[in-house]
Every structure is written in structure tokens, then in C-alpha cells.
Design a protein around this ligand. Structure first.
Ligand SMILES: Cc1ncc(COP(=O)(O)O)c(C=O)c1O
Length: 397
């Protein structure tokens, strides 16, 4: 049977994430993956969470197994509020909604805001999950270059001046995915000024903000917002567990109300069991201490990756910026047009990396960039993976 004719126009041309596709090919245990975005599983608090889950199910099965409220379990909302308040990102007119991952928060914000043909300004490159969410609402993506200190603000202003129908700017200002770059304070202020001048919303996505291992914290854009113009997406994925699917949205009440209605349609509520587990974990343990362990490990892993890159990459052929936090390192090979043959050759040598085209507004345009992840592999595998990658780069550049 031929199914294309049954498919909605908005899904016909959708392309799955090459990273997810790559995961399928990575069943081979010899492949070292520097491709995904998984946090370090060696630090997951498995023992603590298994005891907590057992206790919840023994003592309060009804609460854990019954339907919950769409906006989130109240004590979980308090936990999310604490995280957001820590970075001054809850305004007096804001509501907090617990989401099934920040991913859902971004998707439902887009659903609440975007009509077919509306334009969204995104960093170029940006996180494929969000780009795909915007694509499903048939929005047009307009890319603005990311520099070492964040989005190019002159280009942003020029783009807004010359483009009709922009509703929203989507930004990951801190330890951006995929570049690892952090937007400077000056640029954050300028983005707010520009957004105000052209009257567009800002969706600030901050799943990596807690993972700084060098340099100084920079205030969130949301914390600088005086006009209730910023919707803020937070996540517990990179500070506790991605499998628990806990994220949140901080949004001005009128928008939050619509997002909540959309969530009711989407999944009614985020699973109660993981919300309760998170609440108990944060009650019993100091989550900041746990995050500090992650930060320390990521700092070491990042340093190990950078020193392996310096040792094994061909001199002067690959450019990168060393991140101050987060989980990604972004590389450019200025002497070539298209990284695809290198990515394929890497898979033959059993190391996986992600081609830059994945993060572009036009996924079909060739890219000479690639993304590396240092959080999930062991330090030994990071060194070995970069050595294999270095061999391929030396041969092909
Ligand atoms: C920039 C960015 N935003 C959002 C998400 C989604 O996070 P969550 O697991 O909370 O859905 C990710 C996950 O990798 C991400 O990199």
C-alpha cells in the first residue's frame, strides 16, 4: 500500500534526525560515539532513585499511579521554580508548567505561537529537535550566524529589518547546542532591545546553564527581561536524568494558559512517578552537589578531548572554540566544502560524529563542520575516539 497520499503536507518532507539514525547503526559495540547528547550515565544516582521509587510506590501508590494535573504536581512545580529562581528567571507575571522534557515545552510554545508561514529566527546552527518542532508547524526558519560570543546581533537586526512575519527568536544562549558557545551579556541585552524594537517573542532554551566548568556565569536573557517578552525553557535532563523526561516552561500567564491547554491535548500531564521521584530526590539530597560532580567530570572530559584533538588532529586544518561548560565541541574544517565523506569514513573506523548539516536551517546544504560530544564516553574512549577521528582527518584533509 502507498501511504504518502494519506500523509499531511507538513510531515511529507520531514527528515528524521541523522543522530537518531546513527544510533540505529551504532548497535556495533566497537563504535565509539562522540555523536549523541547523552549526559554521563556513570554519575546517575541510580541507587538513590531506586530506593526513592520503591518507597513512593509502597507508601503512596495512588498519587504515583493516578492521573495528575496538567500544569504539574505542585511540589514538582516548586522544584522547577527553585531552579528557575536560582537564575532569576521567574517574573511576577509568569506561570510555571511542568513539561515532559524541555523538548515538549519548546514544541508546545511553538504550537501556541506559530501559524503556517510564520518566521522563526534561529541561531545558525541550532538544536535539531527545536528546528524540527518549528518545521512541523510549517514555520519558516531564518538562520542568524552564531559567533564565539553568541548570535551576531547586527545580522539579527538586519534580518528583522528586512523580514516580515517574524514571530519569535529561538536562542540557546548558554553552552549552545551544537557550538558550545555562550552569548555575552552585551549581546543578551542587545537581543532584548532588538526584540522589543521589532516586537517579537524570545524563546530562551537553557538546558545546559548549570554545567559551567570554567569562566563566569552570565545572566539569563529571561532575568534581564522587563517586558515579559521571554519564554524560558528549563530541563532536568542534563542535571538529573534525561530518561525521567522532566522539563519546564516559565511563561507569561496568558501564553502559559494556552500552552497548558495544548499539553492537556498532548499528554494530559507529565508522568507522576518521575515528578514524585524528582521531588523526593531534591528533598533528600542537595541537587547542586550532584550537579557539581557532573560539572567537574565534564571539565575533565572536555580537557581530555581538547588535548587529544591537539595531539591527533592535522595541524591548522581544524578550527574550534573551547567551551566553558555544557557537553559539546564544534569543529570547522575550512579547507573542505562537505564533511559527509569524513563522517562516513569515521563510521568505518568505528567512531561516530555528527555532520554540521544536521543543525542547519537547510539540512541539504553541505557543511564543513561537525559536532563532538564529550559527556557520555569514558575518558579512555574520548582519547581513542579522537585518535581514530584524527587519523581520518589527517588522511582526508
Ligand atoms: C538545546 C536543547 N534544548 C532542549 C533539549 C531537550 O531536552 P529535554 O531532554 O529536557 O527534552 C536538548 C536536548 O538535548 C537540547 O540540546
Amino acid at each position: 500500500m502507498e501511504y504518502t497520499k494519506f500523509m499531511a503536507d507538513r510531515v511529507k518532507t520531514m527528515k528524521g534526525s541523522a543522530i537518531r539514525e546513527m544510533f540505529k547503526r551504532m548497535a556495533d559495540p566497537e563504535i565509539i560515539s562522540l555523536a549523541g547528547g547523552n549526559p554521563a550515565s556513570e554519575l546517575f544516582p541510580g541507587d538513590e532513585l531506586s530506593k526513592i521509587a520503591g518507597k513512593i510506590l509502597m507508601t503512596n501508590p495512588t498519587l504515583a499511579l493516578q492521573y495528575g494535573t496538567t500544569d504539574g504536581y505542585p511540589k514538582m512545580k516548586d522544584c522547577a521554580r527553585k531552579r528557575a529562581e536560582k537564575v532569576n528567571s521567574v517574573g511576577e507575571n509568569d506561570e510555571i508548567l511542568i513539561m515532559t522534557g524541555a523538548n515538549q515545552g519548546i514544541d508546545l510554545t511553538a504550537k501556541a505561537v506559530l501559524n503556517k508561514g510564520d518566521k522563526v529566527i534561529v541561531e545558525s546552527p541550532s538544536f535539531i529537535g527545536s528546528l524540527n518542532a518549528f518545521r512541523t508547524y510549517e514555520a519558516e526558519l531564518v538562520g542568524v550566524t552564531v559567533e564565539a560570543d553568541g548570535m551576531n546581533m547586527d545580522e539579527l537586526e538586519e534580518t528583522l529589518k528586512n523580514t516580515d512575519g517574524v514571530k519569535m527568536i529561538y536562542t540557546i544562549p548558554t553552552f549552545q547546542n551544537p557550538t558550545g558557545c555562550t552569548m555575552s551579556l552585551e549581546k543578551r541585552k542587545r537581543m532584548l532591545e532588538i526584540a522589543s524594537k521589532y516586537d517579537v517573542l524570545i524563546l530562551e532554551d537553557n538546558p545546559y546553564g548549570d554545567l559551567r566548568f570554567a569562566g563566569e556565569d552570565v545572566p539569563t536573557i529571561k532575568s534581564l527581561d522587563t517586558e515579559d517578552r521571554v519564554v524560558y525553557a528549563g530541563s532536568f535532563s542534563k542535571i538529573l536524568s534525561p530518561g525521567m523526561r522532566l522539563g519546564y516552561i516559565v511563561a507569561p500567564a496568558p501564553l502559559a494558559e494556552k500552552i497548558e491547554m495544548l499539553k492537556q491535548v498532548n499528554d494530559v500531564h507529565t508522568p507522576m512517578i518521575t515528578q514524585l521521584m524528582c521531588v523526593e530526590f531534591m528533598k533528600k539530597y542537595d541537587i547542586d552537589k550532584y550537579i557539581a560532580k557532573n560539572r567537574e567530570l565534564y571539565g575533565k572530559k572536555c580537557a581530555a578531548m581538547v588535548s587529544a584533538m591537539e595531539k591527533y588532529f592535522p595541524q591548522g586544518k581544524v578550527k574550534w572554540v573551547v567551551p566553558e561548560g555544557g557537553i559539546f565541541l564544534w569543529c570547522e574544517c575550512p579547507t573542505i566544502e562537505d564533511i559527509t565523506p569524513i563522517v562516513d569514513k569515521c563510521l568505518e573506523k568505528k567512531v561516530a560524529i555528527v555532520p554540521g548539516s544536521n543543525f542547519a536551517t537547510d539540512i541539504y546544504a553541505p557543511s564543513n563542520m561537525f559536532r563532538l560530544n564529550y559527556s557520555s564516553a569514558t575518558i579512555e574512549n574520548i582519547e581513542e575516539g579522537v585518535r581514530r577521528l584524527g587519523e581520518v582527518l589527517t588522511e582526508m584533509l
